[in-house]
Design a protein around this ligand. Structure first.
Ligand code: MG
Length: 159
């Protein structure tokens, strides 16, 4: 069996009055993430980690932010497409671990809903999708509430 690891990192700016899409759900907040798509930073890092694990470049390569067809797109659709590409190459997901870095609002109460939605989109058991959250102790752009960052690692396998 082939076992491969992948890693993803992403950042989006936070701005007042935008919807805040995170982990496939809309989190109630005064600010939302800015981006060409719906700017769902957690889905973006999961996509990048999966693509990286399979050596299939990155999310910007497959869904360029210069392409109008991806303007405002629901990132769940990008994730579903990444899963399709990955499974077409014969890979299955062993597990995902991720961390969201955000000062406000608290992410923890929303994690079960994110896991449910992502498991559904990816066709996986919820137990395979770990989502963690941390502040950065008021340091840096996350601490100043200027942005949201996320990291993900994944393990994929092929028989
Ligand atoms: Mg992004």
């Amino acid at each position: 069996m082939k076992i491969r690891v992948g890693f993803g990192y992403d950042v989006h700016q936070l701005q007042p009055g935008l919807p805040f899409w995170l982990g496939g759900i809309e989190v109630p907040h005064t600010h939302g993430a800015l981006g060409h798509s719906d700017a769902d930073v957690l889905i973006h890092v999961i996509c990048d980690a999966l693509l990286g694990a399979a050596n299939l470049r990155d999310i910007g390569f497959h869904f360029p932010d210069t392409d109008p067809q991806y303007k405002g797109i629901d990132s769940k659709r990008l994730l579903a497409e990444v899963m399709r590409i990955l499974r077409a190459k014969g890979y299955e997901i062993s597990n995902i671990d991720s961390t969201i870095c955000l000062e406000q609002p608290k992410v923890n109460p929303h994690i079960p809903a994110m896991q449910r939605v992502l498991a559904e989109v990816m066709g996986l058991e919820e137990d395979l999708i770990s989502i963690k959250a941390t502040t950065t102790e008021k340091l840096g752009f996350v601490g100043r509430r200027e942005g949201v960052a996320a990291y993900a690692t994944v393990l994929i396998t092929k028989e």
